[in-house]
Write a protein of this length. Structure first.
Length: 262
């Protein structure tokens, strides 16, 4: 995780001071109980909907109950304010192609194989191949072959580019590099690493946990989202505390919750 919410309750003070002091709205910013920023932001948004800033409001000490009621009522729009960002690495291009298929509410920034050349090539071994000597050996042979073919193809393309082959020409130096890389990369396998930054709000992360940490999800992506869940739970155990890690017969755990869609 590389980014998470930060809340400044003082930003509410001038607004709340504008109402009758007898309403005691100003006490809202002085709640003595500290809660995770994501929960605090969600709670502010939810209580703004009903102007629940007075003494009869849900206090921070009852935040877990407040969030659970939101989940039960499927009042999911208030979960869209808090965002969390992850830098994902050690993931394959096949995983990222699968990842973006359920992308509502998520932002992705992925390494460009057109702009970046073979100097940073890395590959990701699937979990099914690990601890299997025959499949491991096949994997290493395949990626060595792919890397060598990529380099050789890039060399040949650069030679033709220097000879002025029309389809490989470009006005700028970076355009020339892209013309070579975009043609050379087609030899690369789905096992090529594809580092990616992903940002999503709580509602979207919950949807992705339901989709991608399910027992029906692809193995590599399920493992990833179990780890993402662990990070989210650590940062905000109130917003994500209803999810549970469940063992599955294939040895890869899944995530389950009674609140599948909010």
């Amino acid at each position: 995780m590389i980014a998470k919410p930060e809340v400044n309750l003082e930003g509410l003070r001038d607004f709340l001071k504008g109402f009758d002091p007898e309403l005691k709205f100003i006490d809202y910013v002085d709640d003595p109980t500290m809660i995770p920023a994501g929960t605090q932001l969600t709670k502010i948004a939810g209580q703004q909907c009903y102007f629940a800033f007075g003494s009869g409001r849900s206090w921070n000490e009852d935040a877990a109950r407040y969030i659970r009621n939101i989940l039960e009522q499927k009042h999911g729009s208030v979960l869209e304010h808090a965002n969390y960002s992850f830098h994902l690495y050690g993931i394959s291009r096949s995983l990222t192609h699968e990842l973006v298929r359920h992308r509502a509410g998520l932002a992705f920034s992925q390494t460009s194989q057109r702009y970046v050349d073979g100097k940073i090539l890395r590959f990701v071994m699937r979990p099914e191949f690990q601890d299997d000597s025959e499949l491991e050996a096949m994997f290493f042979a395949d990626i060595d072959s792919a890397a060598n073919k990529y380099e050789r193809r890039a060399e040949l393309l650069m030679e033709r580019q220097q000879r002025g082959q029309g389809i490989l020409t470009g006005e700028k130096k970076r355009d020339l590099r892209k013309k070579v890389n975009q043609a050379a990369r087609s030899i690369l396998p789905n096992e090529t690493e594809a580092p990616t930054v992903v940002t999503a709000n709580v509602r979207a992360w919950r949807h992705m946990l339901n989709m991608r940490a399910s027992e029906h999800a692809e193995t590599e992506i399920r493992r990833l989202f179990v780890r993402i869940f662990a990070c989210l739970l650590h940062v905000d155990p109130i917003l994500f505390g209803d999810f549970q890690v469940v063992a599955k017969p294939d040895g890869i755990p899944a995530i389950e919750t009674p609140f599948v869609k909010v």
